[in-house]
Each structure stands twice: as C-alpha cells, then as structure tokens.
Ligand binder design. Structure first.
Ligand code: NAD
Length: 481
C-alpha cells in the first residue's frame, strides 16, 4: 500500500481532503508516496498556530534554538544516504547529487544553529548628550515560504533554518511536484523538539495554498524561490496585502560561462559540461549560455562533444548514472520545445537532444548542445531549465563581457581564463550576484550569501550571516540616562 504523508499543523499531522501522488521520474510506475493536498482552511489553521506560538518562541533563548537545529542537523547527517535516495527518487538527480544535497541541508542546519548564538546588536552614544542608543534585531514574525522542485531539501533547509534561528515562526508550502524531501525535513525538525505551531507544513497547489499564504493578513514576510512569472505574482500580492509583506524572491537565470582563448581547455570543458548538464540542467545557476572566443571555439566544441558522448543518462538511482531524467512530462515538453526553437532559429545541434529509452519508463533526454547561435535568439534569452546549452562565438574579451551582461537575468556568471587581468576585470564588471573564475556557474558554499541581480532576484540575499537581513527587523531604542 502507498504511504500517506500529512500536513503538519499546530504540532499535529493532518490529512487533506485530497492527496497527490509523488511519481519517480526515472520510473513512472513507481509511486514515492501520497502527499496530502492542503486546503485554504488548513492554511488558515497553520497561520493561526504560528501566530499563537510566536510570543513564546520569539522570546526563547538562543540555546534552545541552537539545540533543536543542531539535533535536526545530526539526524539529517545520520540519515543522509536514505534522504538522498528519497530525493533522487522523487526529483531525478543522481544518487550522488541527492546525497550531496541532503548533506548540504545538514550543513545549513548546523550553520544556523551556531548563528542563533551569534546575533549581535550595537550600542552607541546619541548626538543628544545624556541619551544612549541601542540597535537590536528582532524576529520578523510569521514567515511564509514557497519553494521550487529542483532543490527539494536544500532550499527548504536554507529558508527554515535561519527563520527559526532568529526566532520566527514558519508556514512552508513546498513544490507540489516533490513534497517528500521537505516533508522529511519538517518531520525531523518537529521531532527535534520544536514547540507546536513554530513550524507548519501545508502541501498543495500554488494557486490554492500558495495564494492563501500570500493573502493572509497575519503573515509578515514571504521567502519565495521559483520562476520569474510566479515571483512577479508573489511580489504583487505582498505589496497589495494590508499590511504589506516583506518579500524575498530568488528566481531564474540564463547564466553565461565565458571561455577565452587562453583558457585551460580541460578546465573549461569540465566547467561547461558540469555547469550546463549535471543535475539534468535543472539548476537556477546552470551555465546555459557558453560564450566562447573564436581562437578556442572549434577545439572547445569538439572536446565538449567528446565529454558528452561519455555521459551515462539513466535511472537516477543506478550506479554509474551521470545524469538522471527530467523531472516530469511538462518540463520535458518545455525542453523539447526549446530544442525545436533553437533549430528553427538557425542553431546547429552538434550533440544530443534525443529522447532516450531505458529499462523503466521515465523522462530521459540526451543533453543538447547548439553552436552557431547569437545572443539575440530566444535560446539565449529565455530560461529553458533543462539539459540544453548553446555556444555563442565572440571575437575578444570585450565582446564576451558585453554578451555575458546582455541579459535580463543576473544570478551567476563565470569565466575560464588564465589571464589575471581578464579574471579581475570580469569579477568587477559581471552584472551578477555570483561570479566564478575557472569554476562552473553552479556549485556554491552555504556560509556565504547566495542570490542575484536584475531579473534573477529581489530583496535581501539568502544564506550565510546575510540571511538575517531578511529574517530579522532592526529596532533603534533611545534612552535618557
Ligand atoms: P514555479 O514558479 O512554477 O513554482 C515555485 C513555487 O511557487 C511552487 O511551490 C509552486 O507551487 C508555487 N506557486 C505557483 N504558482 C503560485 C501562485 N500563483 N501563488 C503562490 N505560489 C505559487 O517554479 P518551479 O518550476 O517550481 O521551479 C523552477 C524555477 O525556480 C526556475 O525558474 C528556477 O530558475 C527557479 N529557481 C531559482 C533558484 C534561485 O535561488 N534563484 C533556485 C532554484 C530554482
């Protein structure tokens, strides 16, 4: 019998009126579990529970928050193989990537356990003699979280952990496509000793549960990760609500990787193939635009194709698989649509793009690489969010930088070069929140800020100590001595 997973509201597990089946994209006959679809009433109950829990939790000491987050981190580490397997089974990234992501969630929880103990304020004299000024940080209140399907445990962890560390209460709605990993994380935190109502999970559709969360008057802030189209709706709803909500949006990318003539070819190919196609290209930081200088262009294309020929695309859980399936039929349709668009625009498909049959029915797509593309084509301007990349040939560094920055996105930007001059100039002039030199555009640390510019991000950064900019609010107190 398929297991049924419920919502967590006020410390109790509650079924929804409906359930959705979580399907394994490597084998569509395999049902990971049935997950409750929350109702608007349940969402309202979850916010009410968070509101009731807030006075005590916001005044709880940092020691209690440290202990709960540390305990949860220890359990995540102890179960990282099992959690990684669940993640790969529901999302389709390889087992190594799934276990790596589960480990990342453990690291994030441990980091913010420590951050709970490190929150500081300032005390300074007033410009008025005899008056003192204190600047402190207080929790924001009740935080609503809406997360995407491509990092099913890391993203919920990097939102929930800082929220709890700084004394907020949480209502999270994970992606309806892959709720299993978020469910497991919430279960771990709940059993680690969180008082009831501090962390609530309501699964279900964005248009139902997500909308109700955005419109609820008692929610003070929304942390969202997902597409630009949904992000815009989230921001509009946060501004339209009364009182207005604080909002943080992490959205799409069309991340450039520049390869200059003087690049180490091996490093450049590894950065390109890893960055563009691993995790099935389903990363907001994926290198989808490869901007390559004319002198190295042909060698680079040939070496990339050789490297791609050696990739095994198969069941995410199988040993030896380098790239798992696309997450579902609708994302696969989108990938195939963009492959056709690139062909119609005059791009030359030099490798891949074929649907693949494997032992089990799944959404298997051979990574696709296009050459002879320009930065004006749709394939260069719109996020595909799949294993599809295109190469744009440029004459020199100046053109490469200008093409890299000519996009409405600005999440991650990379360069492969052995020139200190160009690397330094690129770091200063790339219009992106994250810049990589001789590294893939995807792959970041958890103790430093994560986020972008332009159309990719809105509001304060996530992760590292910078997370407090979103999860706390500053108070300035004046005292006449
Ligand atoms: P999506 O925008 O379709 O959905 C994201 C979340 O929003 C889901 O939980 C969904 O149910 C919810 N949602 C949908 N409609 C809603 C509505 N009207 N009101 C409230 N909530 C609603 O995105 P996705 O397909 O899950 O994820 C892929 C996207 O996420 C890509 O664009 C990718 O680049 C982006 N992403 C960005 C980052 C980052 O940090 N910048 C990280 C991962 C993914």
């Amino acid at each position: 019998m398929t297991e049924m997973f419920k919502n967590l509201i006020a410390g109790e597990w509650a079924g929804g009126t409906n359930a959705s089946r979580n399907i394994n994209p490597s084998d569509t006959n395999d049902v990971v579990g049935e997950y409750a679809q929350g109702t608007v009433d349940q969402l309202n109950d979850a916010v009410a529970a968070a509101k009731a829990a807030f006075p005590a939790w916001s005044r709880s000491g940092p020691q209690e928050r440290y202990e709960i987050l540390k305990k949860a981190s220890d359990e995540v580490f102890a179960r990282k193989e099992e959690l990684g397997r669940l993640l790969s089974r529901e999302e389709g990234k390889t087992l190594a990537e799934g276990i790596g992501e589960a480990g990342r969630a453990g690291q994030v929880l441990a980091f913010f356990a420590g951050e709970a103990l490190r929150l500081t304020g300032e005390m300074l004299p007033s410009v008025r003699p005899g008056v003192g000024v204190e600047i402190t940080r207080e929790p924001m209140g009740i935080i609503g979280m809406i997360t995407p399907w491509n990092f099913p445990i890391a993203i919920p962890a990097w939102k929930i952990a800082p929220a709890l560390a700084y004394g907020n209460c949480v209502v999270i709605k994970p992606a309806d496509l892959v709720p299993g990993s978020a469910w497991a994380l919430v279960d771990i935190l709940h059993r680690a000793g969180l008082p009831k109502g501090v962390l609530n999970l309501v699964m279900g559709r964005g248009s139902v549960v997500g909308q109700a969360l955005l419109q609820h008057k008692d929610v003070h802030a929304i942390s969202f990760t997902g597409s630009v189209a949904t992000g815009r709706k989230v921001a509009e709803a946060c501004i339209a609500s009364s009182p207005m909500k604080k909002v943080q949006l992490e959205m799409g990318g069309k991340n450039p990787l520049v390869v200059l003539d003087d690049a180490d070819l091996k490093i450049a190919v590894e950065c390109a193939v890893q960055g563009a196609f691993f995790s099935t290209g389903q990363r907001c930081t994926a290198s989808s635009r490869l901007i390559v200088q004319a002198g190295i262009h042909d060698k680079f294309v040939e070496a990339c194709v050789e490297r791609m020929k050696g990739l095994t695309i198969d069941d995410a859980l199988k040993a030896g698989t380098h790239i798992g399936p696309v997450v579902d039929q609708s994302q696969l349709d989108q990938d195939l649509k963009y492959i056709q668009i690139a062909k119609d625009e005059g791009g030359k498909l030099v490798w891949g793009g074929e649907l693949l049959n494997r032992e089990t029915p799944g959404f298997y797509l051979q990574p696709a690489l296009f050459t002879e593309t320009t930065n004006a084509m749709r394939i260069s301007r719109e996020e595909v969010f799949g294993p599809v990349a295109n190469i744009i040939r440029v004459k020199d560094y100046e053109e490469a930088l200008s093409v890299a920055n000519d996009t409405e996105f600005g999440l991650s930007s990379g360069i492969c070069t052995t020139s200190l001059k160009h690397a330094t100039h690129f770091k200063r002039n790339a219009e992106a929140g994250m810049v990589m030199v001789n590294l893939a555009t995807a792959g970041v640390d958890y103790h430093v800020p994560f986020g972008g510019r332009k159309g990719s991000s809105y509001g304060p950064r996530e992760q590292g100590a910078y997370a407090k900019e979103f999860y706390t609010t500053v108070k300035t107190a004046y005292t006449l001595a």
